[in-house]
Design a protein around this ligand. Sequence first.
Ligand code: ZN
Length: 313
Amino acid sequence: MSQHGIHHVTAIAGPASRNVGFYTRTLGLRLVKRTVNFDDPGTWHLYYGDEAGAPGTILTFFPWEHAAPGRLGVGETQETVFRVPEGAIGYWTHRFLEKGVAFDPIDKRFGETVLAFRDPDGMRLALVAVPGAEAEPGWSAGEVPAEHAIRGFHSVSLLLEEAAPTGAVLTDVLGFAQGATEGSVTRFQVPGTAMGGIVDIRPVGGFLKPRPGAGTVHHVAFRAADDAEEAAMAQKLRENHRIATTEQKDRNYFRSIYFREPGHVLFEIATDQPGFAVDEAPAALGQALKLPDFLEGHRSRIEGLLPSLGEPA
Ligand code: ZN
């Protein structure tokens, strides 16, 4: 059966070693792939996720050593939200205090407990306490115990001029259903999907335009089971919404098409197949620089260009 929801989120970061330290040590995610930006091979593309890098758990970055900070604006992803077990919020509050991570007072949204925080580039992140998540497996490399570990994505929120046109794409093409509204925020949810199954839309007509840069989300990718489902989604976008997608691009770990949704956020549709174990053993994920075949011949030059990652957890 097809699984819908968020496949991955890709953001822009400052220095790569700081990014690796924060996401693997402070947040305890697994670095599941170290590769390069296929469109800019002198730049890292780092993937973090659960043990396997399952769809719905993957946060990826293009780190640039001297990236200027971005500014949040309308037509952009506002916040990227992870799931944690219900009993873990206290642990994380302590950890953020101890590690000097900037966070907001604990909040309630749609009846759930939320701890919003920022990464070292100012990227807006949050943890949501989810009942039952403690029964799901949690990855641990040591610092963050498995019982408190992040369990994939909860949601992203989008800052848009208006909710309806984007909502129509989410519901007609990407497998979401319109849910509750709280204040100005409307929740869209994939029925029966816990991991990465929520997109919240916050309409803010007339807000500032975004400035891309460190700490901003580059795009959000949604799941398609395989090439056939992805092609069917592209056809629906074209026929029902007059939205053209790019041709399919082979990203080695998934195959992707891209489009601007009506609110101007860059969306991607990515296949669940083949996944991160396609070019290294599951136990060794993220330990070596992996390159697609078309870049393998340039390996030594690429290795010379890439800044040090430091030591991941
Ligand atoms: Zn992507």
